[in-house]
Design a protein around this ligand. Structure first.
Ligand code: B12
Length: 344
């Protein structure tokens, strides 16, 4: 290997170059950078977090401001995954610690962050069973019975999956296996993780590695703490989800006449946005945290603005859902809090 092909994570322009390569779907170029960094003596953990992870966060920002299309984001994520696989192929570590099962909760499709976590734990000497995206609770539990891990690492990147995360955490603990939770869905500082019964939470893969290397297993917490969370308002919203969305879309067309000129793609996006309103509302009701809903409104507002959708469309969307939930005071209050944000 020539000296010219060794590189360092501090090289100027390296991060932009990597982002460019993944954005162009250039797998060979991206893998080459990873190889050159490892040849140059970079720690694989740093390459995972500081290069691949940081690039993925940029990808999210570029998508949110409408600079990158969904297709470009998908292609870039696929290349990041390949770069991570190339790194893994070059770094063999003999397991010296326990066994960990890593899974995304039911309906959670962000597998790459957990793949990064999997590689970081493997590099630290854990035997890792990586189950990937969207693992239904009952299948997770059968896997645990077959393999008997020391710990389950559960990921939830989108707050709408929190009720399923709660079911999975409860089932893992009933099977006698402690759970470490992670992913931005658990809220700032992981505040919903403990509420849902997780034994621990970590902000990122590095913290998870440190956390699992010490102070583990944690003290058992009171199982009653999070035994049941959903109430009649949550149950109503979940049971009537299709009807809430359909009625809201119908009323939206009357209240927001610009929608009559929408093409099919715009109509599909609107239906998706209405579904998100209902799903984030349900999650906020489940955990009893208005912030889950208001954070979503703030984020959606920014995303829609970047795509030229006026604020009034989102406000009318919230109103049409609220009009159907008049008998539900907590849901009404959360929707009002969301609308207040739009008036600022
Ligand atoms: C790629 C991507 C996707 C891909 C995922 C493909 C894949 N194979 O992973 C696809 C296309 C499926 C996707 C879909 C969606 N996505 Co997306 N996605 C992303 C993106 C751009 C990158 C994800 C990533 O790789 N991050 C890189 C890692 C390093 O990020 P990280 O969070 O720092 O990861 C660390 C921690 O989260 C932690 N961690 C994660 N899990 C766990 C678990 C445990 C146990 C522990 C301890 C730690 C831990 O460790 C990680 C490593 O250090 C992010 C942007 C972002 N900032 O992450 C958006 C992002 C997460 N997505 C977002 C959204 C909105 C969606 C969709 C709802 C879009 C839509 N309209 O359909 C759907 C939801 C799908 C679903 N139900 O899961 C939003 C979420 C915003 C919000 N309000 O919460 C983001 C932030 C984009 C944005 N800027 O707005 N997405």
């Amino acid at each position: 290997m020539s000296v010219a092909s060794r590189r360092s994570l501090d090289d100027p322009g390296l991060h932009d170059e990597f982002l460019d390569l993944i954005g162009q779907g250039d797998e060979y170029g991206a893998v080459e950078i990873v190889n050159e960094l490892l040849d140059g003596g970079a720690a694989p953990q740093r390459v995972i977090v500081d290069l691949i992870g940081a690039a993925q966060i940029r990808v999210g920002e570029l998508w949110a401001v409408n600079e990158w299309t969904v297709a470009r984001e998908h292609a870039a994520t696929a290349i990041s995954d390949r770069a991570l696989a190339a790194l893994a192929a070059r770094t063999n570590v003999r397991p010296t610690r326990g066994r960990v099962t890593i899974a995304c909760v039911d309906g959670e499709w962000h597998a790459l962050p957990t793949r990064m976590l999997a590689e970081m734990l493997r590099l630290d000497g854990w035997r890792v069973d990586f189950l990937g995206a969207n693992v239904p609770g009952p299948h997770l539990i059968s896997h645990l019975h077959q393999t008997g891990p020391d710990v389950v690492a559960l990921s939830c990147m989108i707050a709408t999956r929190l009720p399923r995360a709660h079911a999975a955490i409860t089932a893992c603990k009933a099977a006698g296996i402690p759970v470490i939770a992670g992913g931005r869905g658990f809220g700032p500082g992981g505040r919903y993780a403990q509420h849902l019964g997780a034994d621990a939470w970590a902000a990122g893969a590095e913290e998870a590695v440190r956390r699992l290397a010490r102070n583990w297993p944690p003290h058992n917490q009171d199982p009653q703490l999070s035994a049941f969370l959903g109430d009649d308002e949550y149950t109503y919203v979940v049971r009537h989800r299709p009807q809430l969305i359909d009625t809201a879309i119908q009323r939206l067309t009357d209240a927001y006449p610009a929608m009559r000129t929408y093409n099919q793609r715009q109509l599909d996006s609107t239906a998706e946005d209405m579904a998100h309103i209902v799903d984030f509302l349900a999650a906020a009701l489940y955990v009893s945290e208005t912030a889950i809903f208001t954070d979503f409104v703030t984020w959606t507002h920014q995303v829609l603005q970047a795509r030229g959708v006026p604020t009034v469309a989102l406000r009318v969307g919230l109103e049409t859902v609220q009009a159907q939930l008049r008998d539900y005071p907590r849901a009404t209050a959360m929707l009002t809090a969301g609308m207040r944000l739009l008036n600022q």
